[in-house]
Design a protein around this ligand. Structure first.
Ligand code: NAD
Length: 476
């Protein structure tokens, strides 16, 4: 195992991206509706900051980590966050990389690469999902762990941020191979996680079954330590301490946020038209829940294709179809359409719920919606966001919109710690309280600092982190 970079200041680490010139773009005037008085996120000022030079960040403007931290630094400047907090938060505390061998079904061994990045724990244990994807990289995991710190702070759960992953395509392995991969990865990072230290959860490509194997492996390794080992992960099956409502929680939070924010944008959720990019956990639950509130899901696209039904497709039937076939292609209740048509279709709400950086300039120019609600993490690039702002499309940022998942993960952890099981009604009610409080925190910051909603969300998150650092101090 490579040694993590330890220490409260999270020293600068090597980044994996290529070097290139920062992008130049002229700030443009928003067309309608959006209350932006400060330079919008995505303008060239995001790509320049003394902190980037001080910490030797990659210079490529397309680097996800630079883009993500850039938005935070813009908010930090606006609220005059002390410099030491900017540099602490601009890098993770620990970056753990492991390589581990696993026997395949044919008897041969393969070597796998895994990550766990622990961004910050000023507010509580590190918390964040595990991504199982063939293309996962250190910079992705760093970005996602950074977003977890911000999200947990904004939504008011007592956690810091972490994220991890395995470079693996879970769909190309048998159940037996996946079980051995997940258990061996757990053993490799067992001394770096724990119910009071770092608590993983599902993300893209990982499921509640994977969480069950992680919990079981961790319990076997830590038996006799007196810890409640099952609380080492959330997103577990309900039979072994998972929470009711966790599976749908992120989609539920997306819809709770829309219910709170749409009236001021002049959109009625009961009659609104929705488009969804990605129909996995977040996309399909957002679709099902918003349809149950009276909205119509018009178009959906995933890695298998794009579909459209102007009368509104059946979001529940589509979820069942995707579970059976692996994607939206071939769904009988809608017509297949081209990718461009998917983005161009007129809707009120567009929900990106697939992977990062999918809404770049070309997609932002095609979109024909009033609101973009970020179900996925970091789906909009700064350049894409600048176009959306020019076109008057309101962006509800991921650290607000998709915080429902980690909030119910927190409820699961509380239930495990207190040996108690909450009713679904309690979970949904408490989740709604957290989502509304977070939305109001963003709205208040937007009013006070006269900025866009993403900057406001970061300010809401940074305020809480600043308070924590003020009372904790910086060791020694
Ligand atoms: P998932 O694996 O269940 O679904 C991912 C979806 O993205 C699938 O429908 C897949 O077809 C689609 N997709 C992948 N590549 C695509 C492409 N090139 N074009 C179009 N579609 C593509 O993952 P998920 O758990 O729903 O996570 C989706 C996003 O939400 C990620 O950014 C994740 O980090 C974020 N998120 C998830 C949770 C959670 O609780 N699961 C919580 C917060 C944020």
């Amino acid at each position: 195992m490579s040694k993590p970079t330890k220490g409260v200041n999270g020293t600068a680490s090597a980044n994996s991206s290529a070097k290139g010139a920062p992008a130049k773009a002229a700030p443009a005037k928003p067309k309608r509706g959006v209350r932006i008085e400060k330079p919008p996120a995505g303008s060239e000022n995001l790509m320049k900051h003394t902190v980037f030079d001080e910490l030797a960040f990659p210079t490529d403007p397309n680097n996800l980590y630079r883009q993500t931290v850039g938005s935070m630094l813009q908010a930090a400047d606006l609220m005059n966050l002390p410099h030491e907090l900017k540099i602490i938060l601009a890098q993770p505390k620990n970056e753990i990389m492991v390589h581990f061998p696993v026997r395949m079904d044919d008897g041969q061994f393969r070597l796998f690469k895994g990550y766990r990045v622990q961004h910050n724990n000023a507010l509580g244990p590190y918390k964040g999902g595990l991504r199982f994807h063939h293309d996962v990289h250190l910079d992705d995991v760093k970005s996602l762990s950074f977003l977890m710190t911000m999200k947990c702070s904004l939504v008011g759960v007592p956690y810091g941020g972490g994220k991890g992953g395995i470079k693996v395509d879970p769909y190309k392995h048998s159940r037996g191979e996946m079980e051995r991969i997940v258990r061996r990865f757990t053993a490799a990072i067992a001394h770096d996680i724990g119910p009071d230290y770092d608590i993983p959860a599902p993300d893209v490509g990982s499921t509640s079954q994977h969480m069950a194997w992680i919990a079981d492996t961790y319990c076997s390794i830590s038996e006799g330590s007196g810890k409640n080992g099952m609380a080492v992960v959330t997103g577990k099956p309900v039979e072994i301490g998972g929470s009711l409502g966790r599976e749908k929680a992120t989609g539920q939070g997306v819809v709770d946020t829309l219910v709170e924010m749409l009236p001021e944008i002049g959109v009625d959720i009961k009659n609104c038209r929705v488009s969804i990019l990605g129909y996995g956990n977040v996309g399909s639950w957002s679709g099902r829940i918003i349809q149950d509130k009276g909205a119509k899901v018009i178009t959906v696209m995933d890695h298998t294709g794009a579909i459209r039904n102007d009368g509104g497709l059946d979001a529940h039937a589509l979820a069942i179809h995707c579970q059976k076939t692996g994607g939206v292609a071939g769904f009988k209740g809608a017509a297949a359409i081209a990718k461009d048509e998917f983005y161009k279709t007129k809707v009120d709400v567009f929900i990106p719920a697939a992977l990062e950086q999918m809404i770049q300039e070309p997609e932002a120019k095609l979109l024909n919606c009033k609101v973009l609600a970020e179900g996925a993490n970091a789906p909009t690039t700064p350049a894409g966001e600048r176009i959306l702002q020019q076109r008057g499309i309101e962006v509800l940022p991921a650290i607000l919109c998709n915080a429902g998942g980690v909030t119910v993960s927190y409820f699961e952890w509380v239930q495990n710690k207190t040996s108690h099981a909450w009713e679904l009604e309690t979970v949904d009610r408490e989740l709604n309280k957290h989502m509304i409080a977070a939305a109001r925190r963003c709205r208040d910051a937007r009013k006070k600092y006269k900025c866009d909603l993403r900057t406001a969300a970061y300010i809401g998150a940074l305020e809480r982190l600043k308070q924590a650092y003020m009372v904790r101090g910086i060791f020694p």
